[in-house]
Design a protein around this ligand. Structure first.
Ligand SMILES: [Zn+2]
Length: 58
């Protein structure tokens, strides 16, 4: 099991043709997918299926 370290980013293949980019910035995870970007929550509260799947990347 591996998590992103602060400042790291990773690509994850989603339903779109181009991979989404996940990032850990200061302990706050972000994703470039529309589901994440369109949430009307502060960024530290947002999540998406890609972020939830993260521990299984390794
Ligand atoms: Zn996402």
């Amino acid at each position: 099991m591996r998590d992103l370290q602060d400042g790291e980013s990773a690509q994850v293949q989603g339903s779109a043709r181009t991979p989404y980019i996940l990032k850990n910035v200061g302990g706050v995870y972000s994703c470039s997918c529309p589901a994440w970007r369109n949430q009307s929550l502060p960024i530290e509260r947002r999540t998406c299926k890609h972020i939830r799947l993260m521990p299984s990347w390794a």
